[in-house]
Design a protein around this ligand. Structure first.
Ligand code: SF4
Ligand code: SF4
Length: 316
């Protein structure tokens, strides 16, 4: 794998500072039942990194001290962490809004069938990847059989009330080096197609720009397309997106409990702007994150290109 940080570190991206910290995005580990081409985590079935229970408890101590209102769970497949149920139950007890970034196919894996009822009964919001509504494109990007399993999972989620009251967002990301199309237009297409062909409903579509880091960034370097892709992102820079950047209200935590300004910075091992060294969440209990500097590099242009991009979809 080609490292991308050397090509990103020297940046002219504008400096940014955090507003109120509201969301903690926690990476529960890199274990995943899939190994998608665009994965910025390099997750897969052989990864061993998983957050342990002691770190989970430190995360909740931080949540309590900082008044965090949203817990955003990611991975890998976060559900494969052995403490996943404990995490969700602790969050529910505190009245937090909980997001599960779910790849859908995990719900169909043996031993994980309980998740359907469990997620619904804890009112967990599901954000699920479905990078296209055609089986060929989804299987090409995410692996053979992924589309059919995803459709089966979505039907079961609908039957439990997801997309009809319980929150179910689908995530689209482009197959290659183009920016995502307009989110609202694509959402209409997705809604029509999934309803007409499969009887599936969902709450909203989130379009996410591919980040030039990790597996996707390395592939760009291998194909000699990295610089061209950066040119695309920079040419589409829109300052209006700056105020909406997700890092302005979010902090990211890795499976060992170290904090970063966002999930992408975590993948690049860029320490949070509060310090020039990596800081553990247990050492951040007293820090006021408001107005703290955010660590930037050229990949930040992936968040400001076009309509903007974040883990919550387009920005503007
Ligand atoms: S499902 Fe998500 S975490 Fe797993 S390999 Fe694919 S993109 Fe990565
Ligand atoms: S990659 Fe995006 S979310 Fe992360 S620090 Fe840069 S602008 Fe913020």
């Amino acid at each position: 794998m080609h490292p991308t940080l050397p090509k990103l570190a020297d940046t002219d991206f504008p400096s940014i500072r955090r507003n109120k910290l509201e969301t903690l995005q926690v990476n529960l580990g890199y274990l995943c039942n899939q190994s998608c081409l665009h994965c910025h985590v390099n997750a897969g079935p052989t990864r061993k990194e998983l957050m342990d229970k002691a770190t989970v408890d430190q995360v909740f101590e931080f949540i309590d001290r900082q008044g965090i209102t949203t817990l955003d769970l990611t991975g890998g497949a976060p559900e494969m962490n052995p403490h996943f149920q404990y995490v969700v139950e602790q969050a529910s007890q505190r009245g937090l809004s909980v997001i599960d970034r779910c790849n859908l196919t995990i719900l169909e894996e043996p031993g994980y069938e309980y998740l359907y009822e469990f997620l619904a009964s804890n009112n967990v919001q599901i954000v699920a990847s479905l990078p296209c509504y055609s089986s060929e494109n989804v299987d090409a990007q995410r692996g053979n059989g992924v589309f059919d399993k995803s459709i089966a999972a979505l039907k079961k989620l609908n039957a439990l009330g997801y997309g009809k009251g319980l929150d179910l967002s689908l995530v689209y990301n482009p197959q290659g080096t183009q920016l995502p199309p307009q989110q609202t237009t694509l959402e209409l297409e997705y809604k029509e197609h999934l309803l007409d062909h499969f009887g599936i409903v969902f709450s909203r579509l989130l379009t996410i720009t591919n980040m030039p880091i990790k597996r996707f960034g390395s592939t760009l370097i291998s194909k000699g397309q990295f610089d061209d892709y950066m040119d695309v992102l920079k040419a589409a820079y829109r300052p209006v997106n700056i105020d909406q950047l997700m890092c302005k209200g979010l902090l990211s935590v890795d499976w060992q409990g170290y904090v970063y300004d966002c999930d992408f910075n975590q993948m690049l091992d860029l320490p949070a702007g509060i310090s020039d060294k990596k800081k553990h969440i247990s050492d951040c209990l007293e820090i006021d994150f408001k107005q703290q500097a955010i660590t930037i590099a050229d990949h930040c242009y992936g968040c400001t290109a076009g309509s903007g991009s974040s883990c919550g979809g387009a920005l503007t």
